[in-house]
Design a protein around this ligand. Structure first.
Ligand SMILES: Cc1cc2nc3c(=O)[nH]c(=O)nc-3n(C[C@H](O)[C@H](O)[C@H](O)COP(=O)(O)OP(=O)(O)OC[C@H]3O[C@@H](n4cnc5c(N)ncnc54)[C@H](O)[C@@H]3O)c2cc1C
Length: 282
């Protein structure tokens, strides 16, 4: 590990990995710490029990208590949620950008001002539509939605499908461990996995960050890192949790929004779920 990085990035999901890579490629000495393990994208079959145990926080069983009790899932591994998600991609919709511009007075946030940035990200992450027909059950979902007059569309994905795309050769999701993390390391960035930031303290113009390092093989260590600059990119629950533990509470973690997922079961006369078809895109 670098004895004294200029910048510490906490969390290695899309937020942390992209930030750390841009800074390392700009010549900074960057250390990225990640609570979860450093595993390749295909260390377990996608959406399998093994993947959930390896790469999800609390083995996939997160619960939010409150007026509405919700079960939620999030990643806990190098690459964060990008390793376990479906890789469906949307440009930030114009109405959301407009809301952010007004609510937070952010400048240069009109869709046309972001086009170059969207295109850059889409090139790196190889955002593509399926090169062939969507699976039968995805098409059925689309037809059903249309029948009800609902909006439904095929969504492109961060996916390298390759020229020989078919069921046996589905391509590769462009997660962080496939894209930004290798670039970060090639630019001289240092990655410390199995390392959870416990607290940040501001001292004499620097941040002192306490990190628990629990490698699967090797001894537990408590590390103190002193840096001028820290980026906290621990995800929707991890970022406010770390900041609040550190006594930084003003406007932090007062609310949490979920994007709900509803599971629907239906029975059809003809075969809809064909073996090997796992990727709905509508
Ligand atoms: C099952 C699933 C499916 C999804 N499908 C899609 C999809 O198809 N399309 C889409 O756009 N989005 C999808 N998402 C959401 C998307 O993955 C997230 O929005 C995205 O990963 C958020 O990036 P992030 O960097 O903010 O946080 P995360 O990806 O959550 O990364 C945060 C990282 O910080 C680490 N961390 C947390 N606390 C600490 C700490 N104290 N110290 C060190 N490290 C810490 C975590 O372990 C984690 O790896 C899905 C998410 C899930 C869970």
């Amino acid at each position: 590990m670098q004895p004294s990085p200029d910048i510490l990035v906490i969390g290695s999901g899309p937020g942390g990995a992209v930030t750390a890579t841009c800074l390392a490629e700009a010549g900074h000495a960057v250390l990225m710490v990640e609570e979860g393990a450093n595993l390749p994208l295909d260390s377990a079959p996608h959406f399998s029990r093994e993947e959930i145990v390896q790469k999800y926080r609390n083995a996939g069983i997160g619960v939010a208590f409150g007026n509405a009790k919700l079960a939620f899932a999030e990643g806990r591994c190098v690459g964060g949620g990008s390793e376990i998600n479906r890789g469906l991609y949307h440009r930030t919709p114009a109405d959301v950008l407009s809301l952010w511009r007004m609510a937070w007075r952010v400048e240069a946030l009109a869709p046309e001002e972001l086009t170059a940035h969207f295109e850059h990200c889409e090139t790196i992450a190889q955002v593509q539509y399926l090169p062939g027909l969507a699976p039968a059950f995805s098409q059925r979902l689309h037809q059903g939605a249309q029948g009800l007059g609902w909006a439904s569309m095929e969504v492109p994905r961060l996916f390298a499908y390759g020229p020989k795309w078919n069921l046996g050769n589905p391509g590769r999701k462009q997660s962080m461990t496939e894209t930004f993390v290798p670039r970060f390391l090639a630019a001289g960035g240092q990655l410390l996995a199995d390392a959870r930031a416990v607290r940040l303290v501001r001292e004499s113009g620097r941040w002192r960050v306490t990190v628990e390092h629990r490698p699967a093989a090797g001894a537990y260590r408590l590390i103190e890192i002193s840096v001028p600059t820290v980026f906290v990119a621990c995800g929707a629950t991890g970022t406010p949790a770390l900041l609040r533990r550190s006594g930084i509470t003003h406007n932090v973690g007062n609310q949490l929004r979920f994007h709900p997922m509803v599971k629907v079961v239906a029975k059809f006369r003809d075969e809809v779920n064909l073996p090997g078809e796992l990727e709905p895109v509508h």
